[in-house]
Design a protein around this ligand. Structure first.
Ligand code: UD1
Length: 344
């Protein structure tokens, strides 16, 4: 048995896929989640895929005493992967304090507790949002950090600073910050996937719900951008591919392979795909038409961003394997599975 790993937000979208990959790699996983944007049935899906039921504690990472108790009762946790956070950009503008509390205090609690419990490393979920609109594409990890366009984006920047300052002040642990581009799709088994709360704000869940008839039509936010077809460009990365990078990051820290106490990696495919191209790929891959209309730009949207993933490719030995074309079909299969289960 490999080491014990705590996964905060482990019943969430990226968290659940990562728990599966950790268990497949032999890690012993404990999930902490307050179920604010997920549900406990996700654990059944994780068990179905990996054959192992992870330990689960329903707990809010804002509750430092609760976390302390968890670490005391489960000695030997070696690493943390910290996903637990609020992530809706629009909501963060309406409720900034909720976002600052949920996304900053939780990290501070974990960092304060780590040394007391001998925890050697933390992987942090960051986002390409820290680059804003990059001046040079594809964007590398050394690109300048741009002013955040939302409290959500700001929390990711501040979180990165909190980790950096803590590590360079001599903290007795390591960290790897992973900057995700746009994670999409679901596990190929369709046992786990993205479960958005209410009306989805992100493109892919809105698209698959529209294809199923749950939504009338998809709005494409702008076709007058400086891109070949006028719609925005993103780097859509398969969520199961993304999850695998976390296993590599944890192993790297715990087996002392890190070159520095803090390392930062872009996790993307290196390929930019426009909104219209993604719709087209969906229609081709599934044979299902998506009613859509072009509407005005969405405030705060970045025109185009895609990763230079070379550092992750070379240093971590990780490469995104699945194509966008195949990945978008996994999102559809998941949507169909949700319908089977009576969940919309
Ligand atoms: C946003 C955040 C990102 C965050 C991610 C997860 C910013 C700039 N980006 O990514 O940090 O990690 O959400 O919540 O803060 N689109 C449509 N119609 C729709 C929905 C989206 O055309 O109904 C378009 C958008 O304009 C965009 C693309 O699809 O060009 C992707 O949008 P979305 O899935 O919301 O992700 P981001 O905005 O890239």
């Amino acid at each position: 048995m490999k080491q014990k790993i705590l996964v905060t937000g482990g019943t969430g979208y990226i968290g659940s896929h990562t728990v599966v990959e950790l268990q497949n790699a032999g890690y012993d996983v404990i999930i902490v989640d307050n179920l604010s944007n997920s549900n406990a049935e996700v654990i059944d899906g994780i068990e179905k895929i990996s054959g192992i039921r992870p330990l689960f504690a329903e707990l809010d990472c804002n509750d430092k005493e609760g976390l302390n108790k968890l670490f005391t009762e489960n000695p030997g946790i070696k690493g943390i992967i910290h996903f637990a956070a609020s992530k809706a950009v629009g909501e963060s503008v309406q409720k900034p304090l909720l976002y600052y509390r949920n996304n900053l205090v939780t990290l501070i609690n974990l960092l304060e507790l780590m040394p007391q419990h001998g925890i050697e490393g933390i992987v942090f979920s960051s986002s390409c949002t820290v680059y804003g609109q990059p001046d040079i594409l594809p964007v590398t990890e050394d690109a300048p950090i741009k002013p955040a366009l939302s409290p959500y984006g700001n929390t990711k920047q501040i979180n990165e600073e909190i980790i950096r300052d803590t590590i360079y002040a001599g903290a007795d642990f390591k960290s790897i910050i992973l900057r995700y581009f746009n994670p999409i799709g679901a596990h190929p088994s369709a046992e786990i996937g993205e479960l958005p709360n209410g009306v989805p704000q992100n493109l892919v869940p809105f698209l698959t719900q529209t294809a199923l008839g749950i939504r009338k039509e998809l709005s494409v936010f702008g076709d007058d951008y400086d891109t070949p077809d006028g719609s925005c460009i993103r780097d859509y990365i398969n969520v199961a591919d993304l999850a695998k990078a976390h296993v590599i990051a944890i192993e790297r820290m715990l087996e002392n392979k890190s070159e520095d106490k803090l390392e930062i990696f872009n996790l993307g495919t290196g390929r930019g795909v426009s909104v219209l191209e993604l719709i087209n790929a969906f229609e081709k891959g599934t044979g299902v038409k998506v009613p859509y209309k072009i509407v005005g730009r969405r405030e705060g949207d970045i025109e185009k961003v895609w990763a230079n993933p070379e550092r992750a490719n070379k240093v971590l030995g990780w490469t995104a394997k699945e194509s966008v074309e195949d990945t978008i079909v996994t999102a559809w299969n998941w949507q169909l599975k949700l319908r089977e289960r009576g969940i919309q």
